[in-house]
Design a protein around this ligand. Structure first.
Ligand SMILES: [Zn+2]
Length: 269
């Protein structure tokens, strides 16, 4: 998907999700099951082994959502809610629903993947994030608060969403200058800075995670930090001119399959 096309799609999909969110839940946290009920979409929480996280099925004019508790814990768990919202996206987004109705696709089995490559799945994930964490409400909860791990935890609790989905929403809404580094098995997967982040030159995919970073300590010394650590610009960045005495924060979020998200931002004086 070209970035121009994606930005345009994001506006359409995001405003659709936010309209639905503010129509049903102007003041409280979103319950995807109530939205489904009101739309006449039936649903079931069941044990479907490993076949999918969620699935939207169309049969004889009716839509049904299956939520797989074998992979998603319990009904009101953050990942379950996200999956439910993702399946609602396949119903609400015209192209997705019409493809299903016209039999162009059999059904929409979806997996909770942080970085899906399929454009339809990327759109549905974006819809889910906007539905569960509408921008106005999200922004108002971040107002005048500097980035810190407590804020991320507070947002996750308020919206009943996972820490990682809060991090990406926070990043997407450009709430604070920061960079996210994703590393896996001791190697860099990607680096994403906000537009206004001070440093511009980053390690490439496949480069070894620097030893001196908190993520590096995890991979090479098996050390996990609950706290936010101090690092320096030349630990993480490759810009030619840097004030190497400037202190940065790095907060690691350890994921399954040996993946770490490092949030990096400037330490307030
Ligand atoms: Zn899907």
């Amino acid at each position: 998907m070209s970035s121009f096309f994606w930005e345009a799609r994001k506006r359409i999909v995001g405003s659709l999700a936010e309209e639905i969110s503010s129509y049903y839940f102007p003041l409280q946290s979103v319950d995807p099951a109530l939205i489904a009920n009101d739309e006449g979409i039936t649903f079931s929480y069941g044990n479907y082994q490993n076949s999918f996280d969620g699935l939207l099925q169309h049969q004889y004019g009716n839509f049904h959502i299956y939520i797989n508790l074998d992979r998603l814990q319990f009904e009101n768990a953050p990942r379950t809610r996200f999956t439910f919202a993702h399946e609602l996206a396949h119903y609400y987004i015209d192209d997705h629903r019409n493809a299903l109705k016209n039999g162009l696709v059999p059904s929409h089995p979806s997996f909770n993947a942080l970085f899906s490559k399929n454009p339809v799945e990327i759109e549905a994930d974006y819809f889910a994030a906007c539905l569960l964490m509408p921008s106005k409400s999200f922004q108002s909860r971040c107002l005048k608060k500097p980035l810190c791990s407590d804020l991320i935890a507070e947002l996750a609790k308020y919206f009943n969403t996972s820490i990682s989905s809060v991090i990406f929403r926070y990043f997407e809404l450009n709430m604070f200058p920061m960079a996210i580094v994703c590393s896996k098995n001791g190697r860099i997967e990607w680096v994403r800075p906000t537009r206004d982040f001070k440093y511009k030159k980053f390690y490439d995919k496949g480069d070894a995670v620097p030893n001196s970073t908190a993520a590096g300590e995890f991979f090479f010394q098996n050390r996990k930090y609950e706290t936010t650590e101090i690092v320096y610009p030349d630990d993480w960045f490759l810009d030619e001119e840097m004030d190497t005495s400037e202190q940065l924060y790095e907060k690691c979020y350890y994921q399954s399959n040996n993946t770490v998200f490092s949030l990096i931002w400037k330490k307030e004086k």
